[in-house]
Ligand binder design. Structure first.
Ligand code: HEC
Length: 453
């Protein structure tokens, strides 16, 4: 870990190549926590990689990832703290967490607890002291017991995931600082040939009583298409789900744990002391929604980065603005099709039994939804046979969807129209009944008519 912290001055290897290795290093932190130095969050000044060192800046010249000014709600909060317009009250073991959640309008009910040593503060994360995550549509917050700081990610409409630390100990109180190096060691959709983009992560793998992965090969990044039985290894999960199995709540080797005993847990205090956390749950519905949201946001980031870069090359080749080369058109179609499928929940598992959470997340998530005249919304949860009642992602209402390059958004909107109007069959969209399509069309007409052209 000391090596990682020295990167501010050392030659910088490509981010992508390091990501896999870093997960491994974090996971290999000795179980007794003594041999390796703590991978503590860096004190100010943060080890920031300068512009030419981050591959994004050369691979995606039109996207100013490092130098750009993010326009997400965390950037606004950081400015508010800097100029004294906002102050954060310290409360309890989690220091500024509750105040930050309140400022950013993130419900405590979204709390999800992860005990695998898969992230930066591996040494402090144990089955007894899991890392806590919270989220809304725009921002994710992570707090690890034993720290006063926070790890934060936000979805910027143009830049994609942007990372920050809340540093607690400044002379004038807590400050939020952007991170453009350290976090991207893992938060990059790495590829040996380049082309990675910043990403949000959720993962799952068999995890032992020390929070170590029992097998690195079996750890996987999870998406909303991952079968339920493969999800949440290394996480706590509160909620009921009938006979369906998942991997949550099980720390291999811990007395009383077995894969079948891990399910349908409704009271987390049977397993851990929840007192230090603002919430007492790790709600199954929050986990399901976060996995969907991260899947779609990561895809939107990928489409944005790739398509904007191709359009830039077209312009350099002399094409008039707005026109695409055949190669760019093929890229728009290929990536656009992936986004269409994710937005329509193609390939997501059908629930075998109804699912119910334990916190108020479901109602908090649905509050304030944009509804049609019949009261229907894309945020309506189903939870009987699938996650959402009307399977078109609520993220079509997001700023990142609106910020997609015009050519990509036009392609996706056109495909959504023809699929929803029943102009094409095909088993991929068979999960959308005629009633589903009608309901979604009606909701779109009243809440986002521009999608329908
Ligand atoms: C060693 C790899 C690693 C590093 C380095 C890392 N993370 Fe993560 N992060 C993860 C993993 C893996 C997850 C998924 C949850 C888990 O397993 O803890 C995650 C999840 C998160 C989440 C939840 C939402 C999201 O965007 O994925 C936040 C917020 C987050 N990390 C912030 C940060 C910040 C801020 C930094 C830099 C200070 C950072 N992380 C550095 C591995 C890492």
């Amino acid at each position: 870990m000391r090596r990682l912290r020295a990167w501010g001055t050392a030659p910088i290897p490509p981010v992508g190549l390091l990501a896999a290795a870093t997960v491994l290093i974090a996971a290999l932190t000795p179980a007794d926590g003594t041999a390796a130095p703590a991978p503590a969050l860096p004190a100010a000044p943060a080890p920031t990689l300068s512009a030419p060192q981050l591959p994004y800046d050369t691979e995606y010249p039109t996207i100013p990832y490092t130098a750009g000014e993010p326009s997400d709600p965390v950037a606004a909060l950081a400015r508010g703290l800097e100029n004294g317009e906002v102050t954060l009250d310290r409360a309890g073991a989690s220091a500024y967490l509750t105040a930050v959640l309140r400022e950013l309008d993130i419900p405590v009910s979204s709390q999800m607890l992860v005990f695998s040593k898969t992230s930066l503060l591996a040494r402090l994360i144990w089955p007894e002291t899991p890392r806590a995550l919270y989220f809304n549509d725009r921002v994710y917050i992570a707090w690890t017991p034993g720290t006063d700081g926070l790890e934060i990610s936000a979805q910027d409409p143009e830049l994609g995931p942007v990372f920050y630390n809340l540093e607690p100990d400044g002379e004038d109180g807590p400050r939020i600082r952007r991170q453009t190096g350290l976090c991207l060691q893992c938060h990059d959709s790495y590829s040996l040939t380049g082309g990675g983009v910043p990403r949000h992560i959720m993962g799952s793998g068999p995890t032992d009583e020390n929070g170590q992965l029992a097998s690195h090969e079996l750890w996987q990044v999870t998406a909303d298409t991952t079968p339920i039985r493969e999800r949440w290894g290394g996480w706590y999960v509160t909620g009921t789900h009938g006979g369906q199995l998942h991997m949550g709540n099980v720390a291999i080797g811990r007395a009383g744990d077995s894969i079948t005993a891990g399910g349908n847990l409704t009271d987390l205090s049977e397993r851990i002391d929840v007192a230090p956390y603002p919430g007492a749950h790790s709600d199954i519905v929050a986990l399901l929604v976060a996995e969907h949201q991260i899947t779609v946001q990561n895809l939107i980031t990928l489409v944005g980065y790739r398509v904007r870069t191709r359009l830039h090359i077209d312009q350099q080749d002399g094409l008039p603005p707005g026109e695409m080369s055949p190669r760019t058109a093929r890229l728009v179609e290929g990536l656009g099709e992936s986004l269409v499928r994710a937005l329509l929940f193609v390939g997501t598992p059908r629930f075998e039994d109804p699912i119910e959470g334990t916190s108020t997340f479901a109602s908090d998530f649905m509050a304030g939804a944009r509804r049609d005249a019949q009261g229907r919304s894309l945020r309506d949860l189903d939870l009987r046979t699938r996650l959402f009642r009307h399977p078109l992602s609520y993220l079509i209402h997001s700023p990142e969807y609106d910020a997609l390059p015009d050519q990509a958004r036009t392609y996706v909107n056109g495909r959504l129209q023809s699929i929803l109007r029943g102009e094409e069959g095909g088993s991929d969209f068979a999960h959308l009944s005629a009633d589903d399509r009608d309901a979604i069309l009606s909701i779109l007409r009243e809440t986002k008519p521009e999608i329908l052209g």
